[in-house]
Design a protein around this ligand. Structure first.
Ligand SMILES: [Cu+2]
Length: 510
C-alpha cells in the first residue's frame, strides 16, 4: 500500500497545561487512553494509544531546576492492541496483559520516579509491579536543558506500548538558552520520526511471528521490527510550510528498531547545536545526521533565499542497521519542507559562533573501569536474543557504582548489529570507539585492538545518554553517577532487544 506523500501537514503536538503551578512546584496529570486518530488522509482513522488523547503525547515544557510532579494515569483497555509474547521476561501469564510505566528519557530523577520496568501499573493502579513505589512521580529537572522524551517502559511489552503511540516530548529550558537568540516560538519545532506498517483498513500492523515462525507459540517476539512507512509527529510523510528564514528543529528517532541517516534533498547543511543531553560547544555544519532509536539532535536549518523551493528530508540508513535492507522509495523519504510562507518579520535569530562550554570529563578521574559485553544467544525455541554482560535481566545486580564516583565502561560488541546503549539517570561522554578482534575475544577473553581509537564524531562531542556501539567495535563511555542513589537500568534501545533480555539493572550506592 503506497500512500501519497506530502498531502498532510506536519502536526505539532500541543504543549501540556499544568493542573497546578506556583513558585514551588508544577503538577500535571496525564491520562493514557485508546482512541482513533488520522495518520494519513488516505487512510481510515487508526486506533492508537496516546497521552491526553494525543499521539505523539503533548509536549511537556519545564524549567531547569524546577520541581515538577506528574501523575501518569493508565486508562487503557485490558486487551493489548498488539500480540503479546508471554515467553519473554516480565510478560508471562501471571501478569496483566496491559501494563504501563512512564520513563522520561534523559531525566535526572529519583529512582522511584524513573519508570523502572517492574514499577508498572494497570488501570486505576489496581495491580502494580514489585518495584512500584508511588502514583505521583517527582522530577527535579536537575539535568542539562535539552530535548528529552517520555515513553512507556513496561517490562516485556515496551516495544508494543511505544509502537501503539505512547511517546512524547519533554523539553527542559533555561535562561542561558534564551540568551542565545536561537530561532524560537513558532520557529522551533519538535520532530519525532517513527516507522510503522499499516493494514489495508488503516489499523497498525505488528507481526505475530518472526519470518521463520515458531510452531510451538501462538505469538512470538521478533528479533527486530522495521516498518514500511515513515511518520513524523504521527503523520505519514507530512509537509511543513516554512518562511524563508532560520528554524530550530529538535529531531528524535522514536522508532522501535530503525536507524535514520538524515539528509536534505537540497544538499544544504544543517547546523547541529545540541545532542541527546543538551548543547554542544560550537554549532557544527553537517550534511547528514545519524540517529539510532532514542537519539536526539537539534539542528538549525536556514531556508533564507529558498523561496518557492520544496526540500525533502531523506533517509538512507539500512534496516536493521548496518547490515539490513536498503531503504526504498517510502522509507527513504521522511518529510518535506515547503518554503511558501511569506517572511513575517526580519529574521534576527542567530546561529551562534559559540554556544557554551562542555567540560570534558577527565579519564584520570575514573575510579572504576567496567568491561561489559554485548552478546548473541539462542533460546529453547531457536530464537536469537541479545544479552548485556552475558547476563539476563533477572540475574543479580553487577553494576553498582558509588554515588558521585566516575566510571569508564567498555561496551564490547560481540554481535553483528549496531546497538544504541542507553543509561538511565546520567549523561555520559563518549571517549572513543575502536575496532577489535571478536574471535580472539571469544576464545581467550582478551581485547586485541585491530585499529586506532576513533574519537566520537564532532556532533557527538557533548552530553549523551545513548551511544551507538557498532559491530566489531568497543565503545568507551565515561560518566559520573548521581545525584541520586537507587535502582535504575541500562539497556539497548532497540525495543525488540530491550524487551527480550538486553537490559540490566544498575544500582547507585552510597
Ligand atoms: Cu540491541
Amino acid at each position: 500500500m503506497i500512500l501519497t506523500k506530502f498531502v498532510d501537514e506536519l502536526p505539532i503536538p500541543p504543549v501540556l497545561k499544568p493542573q497546578w503551578k506556583d513558585q514551588l512546584y508544577t503538577y500535571y496529570e496525564v491520562n493514557m487512553t485508546e482512541f482513533k486518530q488520522s495518520l494519513h488522509s488516505e487512510l481510515n482513522d487508526t486506533t492508537v494509544w496516546g497521552y491526553e488523547g494525543s499521539y505523539p503525547g503533548p509536549t511537556i515544557e519545564v524549567e531547569k531546576g524546577k520541581i515538577v510532579f506528574i501523575k501518569w494515569i493508565n486508562n487503557l483497555p485490558d486487551k493489548h492492541l498488539f500480540p503479546v509474547d508471554h515467553t519473554v521476561h516480565g510478560a508471562h501469564m501471571d501478569v496483566p496483559e496491559v501494563r504501563t510505566v512512564v520513563h522520561v528519557h534523559g531525566a535526572c530523577v529519583e529512582w522511584e520516579s524513573d519508570g523502572y520496568p517492574e514499577a508498572w501499573f494497570t488501570k486505576g493502579f489496581k495491580q502494580v509491579g514489585r518495584y512500584f513505589r508511588k502514583q505521583i512521580y517527582r522530577y527535579d529537572n536537575c539535568g542539562h536543558d535539552s530535548t528529552l522524551w517520555y515513553h512507556d517502559h513496561a517490562l516485556g511489552i515496551t516495544r508494543l506500548n511505544v509502537y501503539a503511540g505512547l511517546a512524547g516530548f519533554y523539553l527542559i529550558r533555561h535562561q542561558q538558552e534564551r540568551l542565545l537568540n536561537l530561532p524560537s516560538g513558532k520557529y522551533e519545532i519538535p520532530i519525532m520520526i517513527q516507522d510503522k506498517t499499516f493494514n489495508k483498513d488503516g489499523s497498525l500492523y505488528y507481526p505475530k511471528q518472526p519470518d521463520k515462525p515458531i510452531p510451538e507459540l501462538e505469538t512470538s517476539i521478533i528479533p527486530e521490527f522495521v516498518g514500511k512507512t515513515i511518520l513524523v509527529n504521527g503523520k505519514v510523510h507530512p509537509y511543513l510550510e516554512v518562511e524563508p528564514r532560520k528554524y530550530r528543529f529538535r529531531l528524535l528517532n522514536a522508532s522501535n528498531t530503525r536507524f535514520f541517516r538524515i539528509k536534505l534533498g537540497s544538499g544544504q547543511r544543517m547546523y547541529q547545536i545540541a545532542t541527546d543531553g543538551g548543547f554542544i560547544q560550537h554549532p557544527i555544519g553537517v550534511k547528514e545526521i545519524m540517529l539510532a532509536p532514542a537519539e536526539r539532535a537539534e539542528v538549525i536549518i536556514d531556508f533564507t533565499n529558498l523561496e518557492g523551493k520544496n526540500i525533502i528530508m531523506t533517509n538512507d540508513a539500512p534496516a536493521p542497521f548496518p547490515t539490513g535492507d536498503p531503504v526504498d522509495e517510502n522509507t527513504g523519504t521522511v518529510m518535506q519542507f515547503r518554503v511558501t510562507l511569506p517572511l513575517s518579520s526580519v529574521d534576527t535569530s542567530a546561529i551562534p559562533a559559540y554556544i557554551m562550554p562542555v567540560p570534558k570529563i577527565n579519564e584520570q578521574s575514573a575510579s572504576k573501569i567496567r568491561y561489559l559485553t554485548l552478546n548473541d544467544n539462542m533460546d529453547k525455541y531457536g530464537r536469537e536474543f541479545m544479552l548485556l554482560d552475558n547476563k539476563q535481566w533477572d540475574a543479580p545486580i553487577t553494576e553498582n557504582p558509588k554515588l558521585e564516583s566516575t566510571e569508564i565502561w567498555y561496551l564490547i560488541n560481540l554481535t553483528t548489529d549496531t546497538h544504541p546503549i542507553h543509561l538511565h539517570l546520567i549523561d555520559f561522554q563518549i571517549l572513543d570507539r575502536r575496532n577489535f578482534d571478536v574471535e580472539k575475544f571469544n576464545k581467550d577473553k582478551l581485547i586485541h585492538y585491530t585499529g586506532p581509537a576513533i574519537p566520537p564524531e564532532p556532533y557527538e562531542r557533548g552530553w549523551k545518554d545513548t551511544v551507538r556501539v557498532n559491530p566489531n567495535q568497543i565503545a568507551r563511555i565515561i560518566m559520573k553517577f548521581g545525584p541520586f542513589t537507587g535502582l535504575y537500568v541500562w539497556h539497548c534501545h532497540i525495543l525488540e532487544h530491550e524487551d527480550y533480555e538486553m537490559m540490566r539493572p544498575f544500582i547507585v550506592i552510597r
